[in-house]
Design a binder for this molecule. Sequence first.
Ligand SMILES: C[S@@+](CC[C@H](N)C(=O)[O-])C[C@H]1O[C@@H](n2cnc3c(N)ncnc32)[C@H](O)[C@@H]1O
Length: 261
Amino acid sequence: MSGKISFDDGAAYERGMGGWSRVAGDIFLDWLKPPPGLAWVDVGCGNGAFTELLVQRCAPAEVQGIDPSEGQVSYAATRPGAAGAHFQVGDAQALPFEAARFGAATMALVIFFVPDPVQGVAEMVRVVQPGGLVAAYVWDILEGGFPFEPLLAELRAHGYTPALPPSAEASRMPALRALWQGGGLERVETREIVVERRFADFEGYWASGTNSGSVKATLAKFPAEKLAGFREGVRARLTSAADGSVSYTARANAIRGVRPA
Ligand SMILES: C[S@@+](CC[C@H](N)C(=O)[O-])C[C@H]1O[C@@H](n2cnc3c(N)ncnc32)[C@H](O)[C@@H]1O
């Protein structure tokens, strides 16, 4: 199994990662406790799952979302819960905004996809005002924190090497601290975000993790018997309850800092 993780379908993202993203985003915003009335830039806004939380929870003066994926951005622009936010195609490493335009910059589940995370942080620092907030959270993917780790682990057990984000190392907490401190940010704080989700049955979890991307493409080539064994391997990695529901606990690393005044 090879290749690159791509994001070309906002609806598929919603069925897969959307629910996880929202629960993690809620915990992140509980922690940030931002004041109302800020102008926000949501870098790597994807299909708007986290942008919607900014609109609904933060009483923003303005929200700008940027993401390189046309498929994600076009879905975000039709999301009723994010009405009022603006979306455009763009790259974290060259934000299409003037310096000091925003009160807060966020990257929700994004920094490990940015080819040059140092440049990505520098761009967030550039576009926030002195005293502005720069914050991010990211699945702790190299330490088993990814919501679909049971699928990745089972793939590894079957001899496959699942694709990882290009800057996966940036997801580790010490790497995040180094990025924020290297970017000149002050009052840097971190926390772990733990997200437990329960699905009514195994099928719910399975469908959410296999509905798109390289995992779907790999499994499509499995003969029926191998696929059945693979499914049982994934099931065994989840917590099952007597009522047939299954649950899994994911973890993300979160960081915040302030641009010096
Ligand atoms: C896991 S999704 C997160 C989306 C959204 N922020 C959320 O919380 O649901 C990662 C996103 O990062 C975007 N991305 C990848 N490379 C990027 C880059 N260089 N600059 C900005 N975003 C990027 C992808 O297109 C994708 O939408």
